[in-house]
Ligand binder design. Structure first.
Ligand SMILES: Cc1cc2nc3c(=O)[nH]c(=O)nc-3n(C[C@H](O)[C@H](O)[C@H](O)COP(=O)(O)OP(=O)(O)OC[C@H]3O[C@@H](n4cnc5c(N)ncnc54)[C@H](O)[C@@H]3O)c2cc1C
Length: 318
């Protein structure tokens, strides 16, 4: 907690507090701001794709740097009167009029509804040498980075159920794909399918990945170096759900990690709490996360309109 004076927004009750200012949170903020809702976005600034140089499959902004996309979204949100707080939510509770959020800075934010747009944490396989290249030459997604490594030597480190799928997708982009069956997860049928597509499988534990800074150079198995230009891994994806859990919610387990279950609009099992983006859909890329945000923003606005009508009817009766 700091000793600086409380920010102005501590005195205000917002219609919506959005926790997380990535594609999902900022898209929701714009939809709500355009409906003249009082909105605050509280963001700790750790969007998932920041380690990558460029973001792809972004219509109209193809190849934009992730930080530039966020900066543009923030400025668009501010243009509609949205308040931005560069801070993190550390605690949450219900009160008579909605929710009260404690921020790491010591500020307190009050809001009628909450949107969780907190994203997820990628847990990399525990292999020496992998993490330095994450997002640059250590990759997970053929749509995000595949074009950039087309034709190159690509090593897929198999640790889970997605490995064969990843190898086949990267196999469309290069005829130099090798699967390293670190987790002993590639069965006979999968080997046959991969073999039919010209993809070799190397058995045995990966001892380490050799790299020069963020550039991977080789995958080491059984003391032998296999030269590569890029490595593909499957991460375990954990929803950032601390606030949801503090409010009494429970995450749903998934073969690839965990997520917050919602209805199609993003409404969670907790009254007044919505979720959008990777926190509710582990597979959502930027476009999908943004779509979730707009949809949740519209659903929250409709929910607030309903509440306003109920309140107006009740006060007309008295
Ligand atoms: C390396 C890499 C490259 C990728 N490349 C692409 C690509 O090229 N194209 C593409 O479409 N997708 C790409 N993706 C996927 C993309 O990152 C996600 O689709 C997108 O980030 C999801 O947006 P989001 O808003 O749900 O979450 P995020 O962008 O992760 O934003 C969540 C935000 O919430 C904040 N937050 C979390 N908890 C709190 C809290 N308690 N208080 C305050 N703030 C909090 C975080 O700090 C973060 O800023 C890539 C992913 C990775 C890992």
């Amino acid at each position: 907690m700091t000793n600086s004076p409380a920010p102005e927004y501590s005195a205000e009750r917002f219609d919506v507090a959005i926790i997380g200012g990535g594609a999902a949170g900022l898209s929701a903020a714009i939809a709500l701001g355009r409906s003249l809702r009082r909105v605050i976005v509280i963001d700790a600034g750790r969007q998932r794709n920041l380690p990558a140089h460029d973001a792809h499959n972004i219509l109209g902004r193809e190849g934009i740097a992730p930080a530039d996309l966020i900066a543009a979204g923030r400025s668009e949100a501010v243009g509609y009167g949205v308040t931005l707080a560069d801070d993190a939510v550390s605690g949450a509770r219900r009160d008579d009029a909605g929710f009260s959020l404690d921020l790491v800075s010591g500020a307190v934010v009050a809001a009628r509804r909450i949107l969780l747009a907190t994203g997820l944490i990628d847990e990399l396989p525990a292999i020496d040498g992998l993490s330095a290249g994450w997002g640059q030459t250590v990759l997970h997604c053929p749509y995000c980075h595949g074009w950039e490594v087309r034709g190159q030597r690509i090593g897929v480190i198999a640790t889970g159920p997605m490995a064969e799928h990843q190898a086949l997708l990267f196999g469309r982009l290069s005829d130099q794909v090798t699967v390293f069956d670190h987790g002993d997860v590639v069965g006979a049928e999968a080997r046959a399918r991969l073999g039919a597509m010209g993809i070799a499988v190397v058995g045995g534990l990966v001892e380490r990945v050799l790299a020069d800074g963020p550039r991977v150079q080789a995958v080491v198995v059984g003391g032998r170096d296999h030269a590569v230009d890029a490595v593909v891994v499957g991460t375990r994806m954990h929803a950032r759900a601390e606030v949801f859990e503090q409010l009494g919610g429970e995450v749903t387990e998934h073969p690839l990690g965990s997520f917050i279950e919602t209805d199609p609009t993003g409404r969670t099992a907790l009254d007044g709490v919505w979720a959008a983006g990777n926190v509710r859909d582990l597979s959502a890329m930027v476009g999908a996360a943004s779509g979730h945000g707009v949809f949740a923003g519209a659903a929250i606005n409709a929910d607030l309109v309903d509440a306003d009508v109920r309140e107006a009817l009740a006060s007309a009766v008295h």
